[in-house]
Design a protein around this ligand. Structure first.
Ligand SMILES: NC(=O)c1ccc[n+]([C@@H]2O[C@H](COP(=O)([O-])OP(=O)(O)OC[C@H]3O[C@@H](n4cnc5c(N)ncnc54)[C@H](O)[C@@H]3O)[C@@H](O)[C@H]2O)c1
Length: 433
């Protein structure tokens, strides 16, 4: 049976490499579509948790995971030799930065080598990790074709970026437009047919490079707009204007404006990292992408701005940061997700500690937090705890927080996320970014 027929008849075996925030939901989606799915990861604990139906990703419901595991449609392994049994391989490994903010695609390289070592004719390989334009063609393809397989003939290679927005209840992988760029027209046809089985809308593009560029551009767009509104927030602070009132007013325009909101910095595995992938690549073309660098500079400066403003707020109340009790509310990188990666809260807390502040934190999504090599534990939110602090500092506005309680008890609330906006009554103790 041809690969295309195996895909159409849901007889293809699908390998998902990298069972993280992207890979695990994707593996469950493919299993629910009817494929037999093999998940690969190098972390034994993740593999064991998948095989026992215990979810570690908030967007993957345990019942859904258990159902596909029990039905024998999803299993996980650390044995990359089992890649040999896969007809379709989806690669979802991390793409971090080095210390010098250069792309680290070593996971893509090492997985490509594993795939090549176990490759066979009639294989579809799709890279889903976010990366700079050219990775699929210039890095992955040479490794895969060194096997002797012929791309577009008996080997099909494509790039299809994952666009999942963790915690988004309306849009998941299956109902978000899926971009697909194939190395050849045959690669595109096979990859497009594969995704059509599980995703409602496919948007084919002319090459992997276009798909790679589009994904990075989407994240640069967010980074630049967040930086713009962060700068506006700093200006509004100096001009004694409420930045949220300005944004809400601007958002009444039905065209040409899209609201973005300021915050204590950007976090997660995408916005703080991906733009630098493009900035790095652009230098090869004698171009310095100034917007990207500037946005990074402004966004990375926000934790310093938060600490400086907090210092000012305490000063006005006759207190100094050194020795002050700061209750940090929310430490994950965004509301209602359990992901602490690159969260600006860590930077803010490190800066506060350096100034001698005493820190306590509350976060239902992060029971522990690593700070300068030490592990801290979250405490439960109570009125007494809030009242004991010199300032309640909201860094992530989880919807589970009792904002009425926070505003009622805190001597001072520094709300960097507009989390208290719906609290009624007197709020003279609340200060925004
Ligand atoms: N998290 C998001 O919201 C999001 C959204 C869209 C795109 N992406 C992109 O998707 C990719 C994956 O991101 P993620 O958030 O799922 O990362 P993650 O760290 O949650 O998951 C990656 C997984 O890959 C595994 N892994 C690492 N190296 C491996 C190797 N050599 N072999 C096998 N497994 C390996 C890790 O153990 C981990 O379980 C990144 O390129 C990211 O930029 C992420």
């Amino acid at each position: 049976m041809s690969l295309l027929d195996k895909i159409k008849n849901r007889l293809a075996v699908v390998g998902v490499v990298g069972l993280g925030y992207v890979g695990l939901p994707l593996a469950v989606l493919q299993a629910k579509t009817g494929y037999r799915v093999l998940g690969f990861d190098q972390v034994v604990e993740k593999v064991e948790r998948v095989n026992t139906g215990s979810s570690y990703v908030l967007d993957v419901e345990e019942t859904a995971l258990r159902e596909v595991v029990r039905a024998g449609r999803l299993s996980a392994t650390t044995d990359f030799g089992k890649l040999r049994g896969c007809d379709v391989i989806l690669i979802c490994v991390p793409t971090p930065l080095t210390r010098n903010k250069e792309p680290d695609i070593s996971a893509i390289v090492s997985v490509s080598q594993q795939v090549a070592a176990h490759a066979h004719p009639d294989l579809l390989v799709v890279l889903e990790s976010t990366t700079y334009p050219g990775t699929t063609d210039d890095v992955m393809l040479p490794i895969l074709t060194a096997t002797g397989l012929k791309v577009g003939d008996n080997l099909f290679v494509a790039f299809s970026p994952e666009r999942v927005d963790p915690g988004n209840r309306s849009f998941k992988t299956h109902n978000t437009f899926k971009l697909v760029g194939g190395v050849t027209p045959a690669c595109l046809k096979i990859a497009q047919t594969f995704y059509e089985q599980s995703v409602v809308k496919i948007f084919p593009v002319s090459s992997p490079r276009v798909a790679e560029m589009t994904k990075v551009f989407e994240n640069v767009f967010r980074s630049v707009n967040i930086a713009l509104v962060n700068e506006l927030a700093i200006l509004c602070d100096r001009m004694n204007l409420n930045v949220y009132e300005v944004i809400d007013a601007a958002a009444t325009k039905n065209f040409g404006f899209m609201p973005f909101y300021p915050g204590p910095g950007v976090g997660g595995h995408c916005i703080p990292l991906d733009p630098y992938y493009l900035a790095w690549k652009s230098k090869e073309y004698d171009l310095h992408t100034r917007f990207i660098e500037l946005a990074g500079e402004i966004n990375e400066g926000m934790p310093y701005y938060v600490v400086a403003k907090l210092q000012r707020l305490l000063n006005r109340r006759g207190r100094c940061l050194n020795g002050a009790s700061i209750l940090v509310l929310g430490v994950t990188y965004k509301a209602d997700v359990a992901d602490p990666r690159e969260t600006p809260a860590v930077k803010v807390m490190e800066l506060l500690k350096r100034e001698g502040a005493h820190l306590t934190y509350v976060d239902p999504f992060a029971p522990t937090l690593e700070l300068e090599g030490r592990s801290f534990e979250a405490v439960p939110l109570t009125g007494a705890l809030v009242a004991r602090s010199d300032c309640a500092l909201i860094l992530t506005a989880h919807s589970a927080f009792d904002y009425d309680l926070i505003v009622r008890h805190a001597p001072l609330v520094f709300d960097t996320r507009h989390g208290t906006r719906n609290v009624k009554g007197l709020r003279e103790n609340v200060v925004y970014l």
